[in-house]
Design a protein around this ligand. Structure first.
Ligand code: ADP
Ligand code: ASP
Ligand code: MG
Length: 439
């Protein structure tokens, strides 16, 4: 069995959904299980509908119109999604009436994107003569904790999912992105989380391969929207892919690699617009690449926190105390760099940061700089190669881009450089040109 996950663009309109059916048909001998995202733009539209509670009704109606148009063009019955659309309208109405709608309500509303999409794709497969059934992950046992918006699957989720999926006749079409708490509330796994669902489904069913179908030719040496001459990377290790995803390569959700790695399931990232392209294979070990650096990634919206304290000098327990403040406020820290009296670190979420800074100021001077970006060079080859950092600095220096912080993890997979947000795209292009030519 294989898992085939189709992202938002791949199911974005009737023509693309037909393309998906053709790709699924080409894999029928390998017993495919399909995972789908919401149609492109639908999750954002649902978020807007939920937030602008006043115009919630209209946004719901617009979505209904869009889905009806796709159904018509596909020639599948509109009734296939009629009950989901009705429930969505009710959920939006309920959120509008409640004085302060919660994160739980929001996840409930967001779930409709994937629910509608799974119904639609399953109906299209059936219309094309392929036996298929839509499966809601929340109803199929994908149990999670109750961190709405960023829920973590529970261990029991995998055996539950396996049992549910085994019962489906024909090709299961599973909703990406969503799960359910033990007490029955719908959760979401974080933006872009359908990739993660695919990996969980693959791990649950012992799939031989997980295919991530998207709108580009695999994982590329940089975001092709920023660097048009970026090339496809043939092979990546799970660690390299995870590092790239974590540091901004949106093509894969950062959590996707973990379930695949645990079960040793290879992944392939493929292009629905060009199904014959081999894309990128992600597996336990990458080929011994000739390239030192395989890709340049970039994560924007980063905040730098500089913490200076003379008391730090020789004080044991200081760092533990400092990081405890971030842990207490549930603020994940991305990159850290220290000297004898100062610690610089970056965070990509500012919720709780103001309170954390207030606490830190009890024992240190703290400076906060918003609007930064982390630009990262990733590749296992860097372990064996001297001088990468020098080349990185030379490339950015040549462009007059100031580097505010540098960090190289112990794994030596990644060198991260912090720059001003305005300089980020230029920095990515300069580094790409330095390591891969062109530009
Ligand atoms: P999907 O809807 O299929 O999940 P996403 O929009 O989440 O697709 O991810 C695909 C997009 O990721 C591409 O269109 C591309 O702009 C962006 N991207 C960023 N970095 C990379 C990279 N290194 N390789 C490929 N795509 C990347
Ligand atoms: N639809 C969700 C999102 O837009 C999940 C996904 O596409 O993977 O974030
Ligand atoms: Mg995605």
């Amino acid at each position: 069995m294989i898992v085939m996950k189709f992202g938002g663009t791949s199911v974005g309109d009737a023509a693309r959904i037909r393309g998906v059916a053709a790709i699924v048909r080409s894999r029928l001998a390998r017993r495919p299980m399909v995972v789908v995202s919401a149609m492109a733009g639908v999750t954002d539209a649902l978020l807007a509908a939920f937030a602008r509670t006043g115009s919630g009704r209209r946004a719901g109606a617009e979505l209904a119109t869009r889905h009806a148009a796709v159904a018509r063009r596909l020639g599948v019955p509109a009734a296939a999604v009629a009950d989901e659309l009705r429930e969505l309208a009710e959920a939006l109405e309920a959120a509008r009436e409640r004085r302060s709608a919660s994160a739980r309500d929001r996840d409930g509303v967001l779930s409709f994107g994937e629910r509608l999409s799974a119904r639609r794709v399953a109906a299209c497969l059936r219309a094309e003569g392929i036996e298929a059934g839509a499966v809601r992950a929340d109803e199929a046992g994908l149990l999670t904790d109750d961190r709405f918006g960023e829920a973590e699957p529970l261990a029991v989720a995998l055996p539950c999912l396996r049992r549910s999926l085994a019962r489906v006749r024909g090709v299961p079409v599973l909703t990406g992105f969503i799960g359910r708490t033990r007490d029955g509330s719908i959760t979401t796994l974080g933006r872009g989380g359908s990739d993660f669902t695919a990996a969980l489904a693959g791990a649950a069913t012992g799939a031989e391969e997980i295919e991530i179908w998207t709108d580009v030719d695999g994982v590329m040496s940089a975001d092709p929207r920023v660097v048009p001459e970026a090339h496809t990377i043939e092979r990546l290790s799970y660690a390299e892919a995870a590092e790239l995803a974590y540091f901004g390569a949106k093509v894969l959700h950062p959590k996707t690699m973990l379930p695949a790695l645990r079960k040793g399931i290879p992944m392939r990232v493929l292009n629905t617009h060009r199904p014959s392209h081999p894309g990128t294979r992600v597996a336990r070990s990458a080929d011994r690449a000739h390239e030192v650096v395989k890709a340049i990634a970039c994560k924007k919206g980063i905040t730098l926190v500089n913490i200076v304290s003379s008391r730090m000098l020789l004080a044991h327990g200081y760092l533990a105390r400092l990081f405890q403040v971030f842990a207490d406020h549930r603020i994940p820290v991305d990159v850290v760099s220290t000297s004898e009296v100062s610690v610089s670190l970056t965070v990509d979420r500012t919720a709780g940061l103001r309170e954390a800074v207030r606490e830190l100021r009890r024992f240190a001077q703290v400076e906060v700089r918003h609007g930064r970006a982390l630009v990262c060079a990733v590749g296992e080859g860097m372990i064996h190669s001297a001088g990468v950092a020098a080349r990185l600095f030379a490339a950015l220096g040549g462009e007059g881009i100031n580097v505010e912080m540098v960090s190289q993890g112990a794994s030596k997979l990644n060198v991260s450089l912090l720059v001003r947000g305005d300089d980020a795209d230029r920095a990515v292009r300069a580094l790409h040109a330095r390591f891969f030519g062109g530009g």
